[in-house]
Design a protein around this ligand. Sequence first.
Ligand SMILES: [Zn+2]
Ligand SMILES: [Zn+2]
Length: 305
Amino acid sequence: MTGTADEVPADIDPQDAFQLFSHELRLEILFALWDAPDYSLPFSEMQTAVGERDSGKFTYHLEKLTGHFVAEIDGQYVLQYAGHRVVDAIQSGVFHTSPTVEAVAAPGVCPTCGASPTFDYDDHLATVTCSSCGTKLIEYPFDPGGFQGRSLDAAIDAFDDRTKYKWRLASGGVCFVCAGRVAVSYAESPHELARHDRYNSFFAEDHPAVLHLTCRNCSFFSYVPVGVRLLDSPRVVGELAMRGVDTTDRFLWELPFVTDPDRLTVRSRDPWEVLVEATTPSGTLAVTLDDDAAVRAITTRPSEG
Ligand SMILES: [Zn+2]
Ligand SMILES: [Zn+2]
């Protein structure tokens, strides 16, 4: 493929694509194929699976999906990538469920006071808070699908893994929702966040700066702690591991360079330069991030005393 994404022709008008699913039989067809071995069925078995006796009506609706969401291959109807994505969007649960989890003990320890934090979930937002010192450590949306087939403990682990992955990917410029280009810039949190009401109180509102992520292709936007960029730098992750901090072994809310505003120093705003300090058993790692939120320099300082 050459040229820019703007030049890629769209096969279907995006709103027409959604309109296709205004008839429930079409979703039933996708779900029947999802349930079938190898995501494929012959015509008659698919008709039986969705329970539509009127062949004319069934054929009409199947044809609407064929080509983009379903392909006919050697007498079998096979779910295509676009069809999988429709099923997946529904199975994430965000369109039709909004479960609630009352505060339960979360693993790990609060980096501020050492107490056990709690996890709760409401309105698609997962929150890890330390009630001992009153710190909201991490908060981020999590799809209801994350609780399916998992114990609550396993779901909390999954929330940690998934949030790390999402923050790393998006702050590196790749949208995890649509694969589009994410613009990454610094924002002085209280000023920027006042315009949005996604959070009652944003967990990083006391940080001197956060990263503002905006997808150029879809509606994804986010504000994430600047320190998350350290997790995406093999050099930093390696230096931390050598000094006794294995970041793969810590929950996001156990990393002070992610949660603690005092580990962040804004050195310059035009262009931006931010210093993030990570403490380890054998000293402090001072990481300088440049205007593109990339690691520019790493310096080390031995422990005091
Ligand atoms: Zn605490
Ligand atoms: Zn996107």
